[in-house]
Design a protein. Sequence first.
Lengths: 298, 383
Amino acid sequence: MLYEQLIINAAVLGAVFTLFALGLSLTWGALDVLNLAHGATFVTSAWVATSVYSAYELPLASAMLVGILTGGMIGVVADLVAFKPIRLLITNKRQAELSMVAATIGMGFVLDRIIGRATLDQVFSFPARAFPYKDFHIFGARISNIEIIILVLTFLCAVLLNLWISRSRQGMAIRAIAYSAKIPPLLGIHVDRMSAATMAIGGMLAGLSGTLMTVWVSGMAVSTGHSFLLKGFAIVVLGGVGSIRGCVLAAFILAFAETGIVAFGAGNLRDLAAFSLIVLILLFRPQGLFGTRSAMRA
Amino acid sequence: MSIPRKILLAGMVAGMLSASALSASAEDIDVAALVEQTGVVGYAGQSVWKGMQLAAEKVNESSRLGDYKLKIEIKDAASNPATTAALATQAAKSDAVAILGPALSSSALASAPIAQREKIPMIAVQSNTEGVVETGEYIYRLTAPFYTYNDLTFKHLADEGVKKVALSFISNIPSVAGLGKDFAPKWAKEYGMEIVASEGTPFNTTDFSTTIEKLVAAKPDAIGLYHIDTQLTGLITGLRRAGFEGKLFVYNINPSTLEAVGDAADGLLMSIDYSPAMSDPSSKEFTDSFRKKFDDDPTIYAANGYDAVLFLSAALEKVIKAGNKPDRENLLAAISEVAQTGFAGASGDTTFDDKYHRDARVNGVLVRFDKGKPNILFSGKDR
């Protein structure tokens, strides 16, 4: 086995994890919404993209765009239907957070069942002809065109999201909301609008990762979202809730750990990496690798 | 005025009596189907239910049960052992004479002790794990365990000159892990093959890139993939993209997965208990009537559901022909009799195991998929 190949495998896996976890981290960090419907959004977006592709024979990129927009739309609808009323009705922050988690569980379940019914809980995919795979060789290792696309898009999303959060006015507004929900309105920040925008971006990231994943592994099912949600949760905790850089680093740490375990140990222990990392982080650095929010609050 | 009123009353009473006599002559035999319509095995359960409906329809159209009608009521077991156990308790307290299903192993393990304790016959489908029929004399399983016919693949591989085999399997689903860890190596040894790689992964794994590298690096002639469908898409396409040109074999694959995988599945081998391509008269009858009713090819799950109802109705027929009441005790005795002789169903000739006489055994067939269509290479009858 080539070490170069293992590095490529781990890098692509890290990129897939990053794309999924970025949205989860963003909404959790900025809005205090631990969105347990993120996995279902990821699957629903991918299903809409594959359905639209099959029904209208759209170009793959257009179908993927529909999938991404679906993710965004789910985020906005979730915010309007569930999170906004909770923000308005429940003033106790901790209770509001719990109510939102409960709401996301419900939304995730509803989405899962809709897609489960539509697909008979079976695998759905783009037709095999939709994406012509092509392999490239670097130092004897193989990387496919879809893997290059995943790596490039992940890099772009992470950089742009980080710039947006850290440099733009809206990013500053989101960070202000993350710090306190009461002060931003006094500064003229429209909390509802920024929350909806954040949920939309989180959903679009879920949609992007879902559609790319469907092309990469040639199919997806409702249960795929559950597997990813577990990994995404580990990544966000490891990286530090709300930290984009932490999320990227944690995703790659997890991907390299899993790849190493599969390559040099027993593949059935791969989940051990994720959960051992969570336990270790919770023990020694509960705020995560880049957990700045806790420091700010302290 | 009073006489016509009396006549009218008498007429009404007579009418009511004759109506009740009519309904008594077509009495329902209640059966509870605890079959998964949602959740992880919802896709299998929905198919099982179609097979059950078809068989019930055929039984009721025939005069096999005399004046009785089979009435199967579906309850969604939701791929959840706790739900299934609650439904089994409910069924035991109802008028149902038997429980059909569930399909999920853990749900069967949760509900079988209840059926046994409450003395209601239970005919599970799928539930390919140890400990189901072992629960007691009330528990039957109408799906032959994978290990009873999957050796057909190895026989074929040996005939084709395969010497080196690599295996990849789910490590935390006992019935599937058993195939990959225990049975496949045993069959490989029996047919003079060497296992050059063996990789176990949890059932929630989605990325197989490194597993694929390890399997291909071992340079096998054939690779066995004991995985669920969501994993097979990435594994099959990944192995072909990694340049593996040898034979691939699976223990199960659904049509939607074959479609997703496309040409990469060409030549894929699978030993299975039922295929729409089977030519046994009883299998063909099932396939044709399923296609007619549902305008689709049946799956193995539908075949299992169909066979469960055929098996149950064969026992009910015995009870009724003997002039006995179709209650749980009489039914259990008749089920045991049918199990001794076996029957012909969707999966062909079905017999039962030598130890308990409650676990189905079939010949099985080896199929090869070409352009998504199954072609039978040989039957277990020709072993």
